[in-house]
Design a protein around this ligand. Sequence first.
Ligand SMILES: [Zn+2]
Length: 109
Amino acid sequence: MIGIPYHPKYHENLERTGNGEHQPCIVCGRGIKSEACHMVHVHRGGTHLVTEEEAAVLDGASDLGLYPIGPCCLRRHPEIKPYTRAAQIREEAMRIMRERRDAAEQGRQ
Ligand SMILES: [Zn+2]
């Protein structure tokens, strides 16, 4: 688990460029133009990044799912690299998350 190093102007960037046709970067809030951006798993209500293994044992209520991160922010924060997944496997990850959530819910009943 790692804290998200939010850009000091995140909200400013988000308002200016993140609401258009491009998805906003989770770190800086700027719209990501690259098609091949990476995805990160945001947890603890939006303060931390987790691996899928960590997400599986954490409280699902604070799980926000996958968000994109821009290539510039990834270069600036190499410590985030182990937490990224290629955009191509995004769908696969969401399917696994849904299955885990369903399994956890069934386990509680
Ligand atoms: Zn960024």
